[in-house]
Design a protein. Structure first.
Length: 556
């Protein structure tokens, strides 16, 4: 009997260790998107597939596996089905599956009418179920004259033609319990994460009465109100009206027309909230949260995702289509490429390809070759911020850090002809140069309008020419003297001038300028146009006079 007990004890210990090991190797899920909730179940999209998990968290179960995207899942009112937008056969269309998973049933068959960038959102986006559970509401651009907005359609669950709702345009929507009224956004802008936006595309929530054709906007807040969710006498929604300047949950009382803020997240927005029978689920910082309507308290849901994560596994991959920057060595025998976060040099003909950085998890970009052929300068986020580094072109020796004041994105550095200095700019519209030995950046100029991306050195490395956008929208060419630390405008803001470069002797500064007013009259609209305004020009540094040398960008 003792042997039996000892054997059982050993088996239990082994199982406990195995369970502990499994728990440790199954990472907590993040980047979970577009959740929906029905009582004790949550469905969400992760890695382009749909997953199910209990409302209390735990190990999630994948219910779709197609290589295309499955997004915007919504439980039916009775919880028996899930509607979603699926990217099967190349197009986005509306599908349903049983709520426990199963074979998808296609309900719409329309091809995408426009090839839109992702910020516009996909076509045939599932918005909600109709209250009776017999049809699904979705957003489509199938009959719009302008792809900036879409229209709301319903499609029967049992199959049939889509029917447009009697509103001119619309976005996210939710219905009253009897289905006679709809709270909705007329504008869909939910993939454009503009902060504190108050312009013409700021989303407002309106109530539309299908019986009386009455339309009424909720409140007069100038910012963003989105994701309407109608529950009883309350419309829950997302808004950036709080002092946190983040999207947080709010509640609108239909009877009193009072608005209350319910959550107070400060680090990340409340994203893609969705209403269930007695709670709201949403994403914040990549995690899922459930907001209980009765207690008005939100709690994070811990989700384990036991997927194979094939994209995270170490693997061989071609970087040929992932090149983001390139430069040529002074002799023209090798090139430096920035691709997939590493810096490579490759031969023009024979020779080996060298990975100079070998830094998984760190992004290096904007590699550029020094004129003396010895160094490669590049931008790296090794510290968590963009900084400029140097590496010997043959890959030997340590990495040399040049800057230490990074706080935002930096643009491609440019070497001076003497290989001792670099020009670079950042997203704060600042232009700098730095001596690679002193490692102390010097501010050249501060802009207000557009980024500095157009700059060059004089042959003697003592002057910098650059183009700066000014407040009237035009661009001015400037010269900066390193010796005097003085800026001199070469052109005026009456016309745009750009692409300044010095001639090899350093006497002339050449640039392009939109100053040729060779107007032509349109055939149909009888309006004047200037199709060939750009001319090439050069200015003498000694006489300060400029001369045009071509009448079109092609020099013809």
């Amino acid at each position: 009997m003792n042997y039996v007990r000892r054997g059982l004890f050993v088996i239990l210990c082994i199982l406990a260790v195995a369970a502990s090991s499994q728990t440790q190797t199954t990472p907590e899920g993040r980047l979970m998107r577009f959740p929906d909730i029905y009582k004790d179940r949550i469905v969400f999209s992760y890695g382009g597939d749909l997953w199910l998990v209990g409302a209390g968290g735990g190990v999630a179960r994948r219910v779709t596996t197609h290589p295309g995207l499955e997004i915007f899942p919504k439980f039916s009112p009775d919880g028996t089905k899930i509607a979603f937008t699926g990217q099967y056969d190349g197009n986005f269309n509306v599908y349903t599956i049983p709520s426990e998973g199963g074979e998808p049933k296609q309900l719409t068959f329309a091809p995408d009418p426009f090839h839109e960038p992702e910020r516009m959102g996909p076509n045939n986006e599932v918005l909600n179920w109709m209250p009776d559970g017999k049809s699904i509401l979705f957003l489509s651009r199938r009959d719009t004259f302008n792809s900036w907005f879409g229209r709301q359609f319903t499609v029967p669950v049992d199959g049939g033609l889509a029917v447009r709702l009697p509103v001119d345009k619309g976005g996210l929507a939710s219905f009253s319990a009897d289905g006679n009224e709809m709270a909705y956004n007329r504008i869909f802008r939910n993939f454009r994460t503009w902060k504190r936006y108050t312009g013409g595309m700021a989303q407002k929530i309106s109530i539309y009465d299908f019986k009386t054709n009455h339309y009424e906007q909720i409140g007069d807040y100038q910012g963003t109100d989105s994701f309407p969710m109608w529950h009883g006498d309350t419309i829950y929604f997302n808004s950036d009206r709080g002092t946190e300047h983040r999207m947080n949950l709010c509640a609108y009382d239909i009877k009193t027309k009072a608005v209350r803020q319910l959550t107070h997240f400060t680090d990340f927005d409340v994203n893609w909230p969705s209403l269930g029978p007695d709670s709201i689920v949403f994403e914040n910082g990549g995690y899922l949260y459930v907001f209980d309507l009765a207690s008005e308290q939100a709690h994070q849901v811990s989700v384990d995702l036991p997927g194979d994560r094939d994209q995270a596994r170490p693997h061989w991959g071609s970087t040929a289509s992932l090149v983001t920057a390139l430069d040529i060595s002074p002799e023209g025998k090798r090139a430096v490429l920035s691709a997939r976060g590493d810096i490579y040099t490759v031969p023009a003909k024979e020779g080996s390809i060298r990975n100079l950085t070998h830094t998984p998890g760190i992004r290096e970009n904007s590699g550029t070759w020094s004129p003396d052929g010895k160094w490669i300068a590049y931008v790296s986020d090794r510290t968590g911020e963009d900084e400029i580094y140097l590496k010997a072109q043959d890959g030997t020796g340590p990495e040399v850090r040049i800057t230490s004041d990074g706080s935002m994105f930096r643009f491609t550095p440019m070497w001076s002809p003497d290989s001792k200095k670099l020009i670079f700019a950042d997203k704060a519209v600042r232009l700098y140069y730095v001596d690679v030995n002193e490692k102390k950046p010097v501010l050249i100029d501060q802009g207000k309008v557009f980024d500095f991306t157009d700059y060059s050195w004089s042959p003697d490395s003592l002057w910098i020419a650059y183009a700066k956008a000014v407040e009237n929208g035009n661009v001015v060419v400037n010269l900066y003297s390193l010796a005097d630390k003085k800026i001199t405008a070469v052109t005026t803001d009456f016309t745009t001038s750009f692409s300044p470069v010095f001639d090899p002797g350093g006497e002339y500064l050449e640039f392009l300028s939109n100053r040729d007013y060779n107007e032509v009259l349109g055939v149909y609209d009888l309006e004047f146009a200037n199709p060939k305004a750009t001319v090439g020009a050069f200015e003498s540094r000694s006489t300060r006079t400029w001369t045009a040398w071509s009448s079109s960008p092609s020099g013809k």
